[in-house]
Design a protein around this ligand. Structure first.
Ligand code: 5GP
Ligand code: MN
Length: 343
């Protein structure tokens, strides 16, 4: 599919101009980029007189609850409790002139919030992921060359007719900072750093972002980290490192899946590892896998073969099995990716 960026940008600007009620929807299990991008847009659109709703399938993660306006998110799970369209949903949330989905393009990754789409006259996607098989229909402002959706937004902000404030700058910088791993992943390019400098000039606070997002954790998260580090395994002569968190470990640590955030990167600190993964059975019989790689190895491709996706160096997928079976299924593919890339 070829998507002309400038044409879609102009279309988005017109759609904003003619819209009054706008809903902004981040993806399921939202991260700092999804939440930061959605909040930045919400602040800016309100400033130009739009009525804005923020609705996502999942709660705002605790470590993002410092971002201005996070309390405004409504839960799509409350609106669509049975995960199906509800007669009268329009009576509850109203209808929308425009739905903007942020940091994803596949409606299935909206989970319960996908039922909002039929309530909107127009749909726009703002995203930096590679296109999968399934893409929402509408205005598609998508460019995988950006390290973050928030960076893409920053680059087009003026052309959308939007203004920056300190609050908006903090939301956008959080998006860029989280998707670049605090400006250290390989996607940390000159554009990302340039945007960061501009956003700091507008009042964003990178120290607060580091403290809130990464550097302070509840005891439950430290306990799960300990489990993951204690269970680390290697394969392919140490090029693949992985670990598992069993469903029972969550109860022992009094933890939720949110407490696993960042653990995969700790596994990747093993010096020999070029592919690393965390398998976690967050609910019985359901295993989420976070996969990361260094260099040329494309783990999104590996995950897509199992119904997941993501970026070249950061991807994920889900298995409806126990944790040991999930490892048995995915590990050969991870070893294969290492073998075929080093050949
Ligand atoms: P995480 O491991 O942090 O949950 O996800 C890493 C990256 O992979 C994120 O950019 C996320 O969007 C993507 N990702 C994770 N799981 C899935 C999935 O099941 N499907 C798709 N398309 N992308 C995923
Ligand atoms: Mn992103």
């Amino acid at each position: 599919m070829s998507i002309d960026f400038d044409t879609n940008l102009a279309a988005l600007r017109s759609a904003i101009d003619v819209s009054n009620r706008i809903v902004i929807i981040p993806h399921v299990n939202p991260d700092g980029d999804a939440i930061g991008s959605a909040l930045a847009l919400s602040h800016a659109l309100k400033k130009i007189g739009k009525s804005v709703a923020l609705i996502g399938a999942d709660e705002v993660p605790k470590n993002l609850r410092f971002l201005p306006g996070w309390e405004d998110f409504q839960s799509a799970r409350d609106l669509f409790p049975n995960d199906e369209a509800v007669d009268g949903a329009a009576a509850t949330v109203g209808t929308f002139d425009l739905a903007i989905i942020a940091d994803l393009s596949a409606p299935t990754r909206l989970a319960h919030a996908r039922h909002l789409l039929p309530l909107a006259k127009q749909i726009a996607v703002i995203d930096h992921h590679e296109l999968g098989d399934e893409v929402a229909e509408g205005i598609l402002l998508i460019d995988p060359s950006y390290s973050a959706t928030a960076l893409l937004l920053f680059e087009v902000w003026d052309r959308l007719g939007l203004e920056l404030s300190a609050a908006i700058a903090q939301c956008l910088l959080t998006g860029i900072a989280t998707d670049t791993g605090g400006f250290k992943f390989q996607n940390t390019d000159a554009k990302s750093l340039h945007a960061a400098a501009e956003l700091v000039k507008h009042g964003a606070d990178i120290t607060e972002i580091h403290e809130q997002v990464w550097d302070r954790k509840p005891l439950s998260a430290i306990r799960l980290l300990a489990v993951a580090l204690a269970n680390i395994q290697v394969a392919a002569d140490g090029s693949v490192a992985y670990s598992r968190i069993r469903n029972s470990d969550y109860a022992t640590a009094n933890a939720t899946d949110e407490d696993t955030e960042g653990i995969v990167n700790e596994i990747g600190k093993l010096d020999s590892a070029i592919v690393f993964a965390l398998f976690r059975e967050h609910s019985p019989g359901r295993v989420r896998v976070s996969v990361r790689s260094r260099g040329e190895i494309d783990v999104a491709q590996v995950c897509r073969a199992f119904g997941g996706g993501g970026h070249k160096n950061a991807a994920g997928c889900t298995f409806e099995t126990g944790v040991d079976s999930a490892i048995d299924i995915l590990l050969p593919a991870l070893e294969g990716a290492v073998a075929s890339t080093s050949r």
